[in-house]
Design a protein around this ligand. Sequence first.
Ligand code: AMP
Length: 179
Amino acid sequence: MDSWLIFSTSSNKTMENHVVFIALGSNIGDRARALNEASELMPPDIIPVSFSKVYETPPWGYEDQPPFLNQVIKARTHLSPPALLKRLKEIEQKLGRKPIFRYGPRLIDLDILFFDDLEYKSEKLTIPHPEIDNRAFVLVPLMEIAPNYIHPVCHKKIVDLAAHVEVDSIIEFRGDNEQ
Ligand code: AMP
């Protein structure tokens, strides 16, 4: 037991012991660049392990705005949920995100979708993200990297949740010359 602990600590296994899924979105300026920069700005205590493709998706919640690019990243971290949110907010600030109305256009948006199979609720943070089930722009990239992940609240696999949303408008983004 002791030797396992020593091995575990020295190989850093206890340091990145949570699996998290983070949603990235952007619909202002060079959207692809904003997603790339957000990934590159992840601090050493958030370690991405897989990336979905980037998808172009229609705006949701408030339709009179440009289309989004969306992506989902699976990562490992030792941070607590509030500390993780704080780091993500710092990345949004570094990329120059300005406050805007709910569902409005944004340079970069970083949301925590899942944190292990935790259910967490505070004034500032709800995990799993409450809108996952009806957002095709999240379910399509999630399905690509974690189809069999089970939503800890509704106990359904991502692939089954995705079967109930309209996915035709979620198109793989192959790049363009954005400014
Ligand atoms: P947003 O406009 O998507 O950046 O979200 C605005 C606020 O939603 C954030 O500042 C958080 O306090 C709150 N929030 C609640 N749950 C979550 C979550 N799972 N991931 C990210 N933000 C969240």
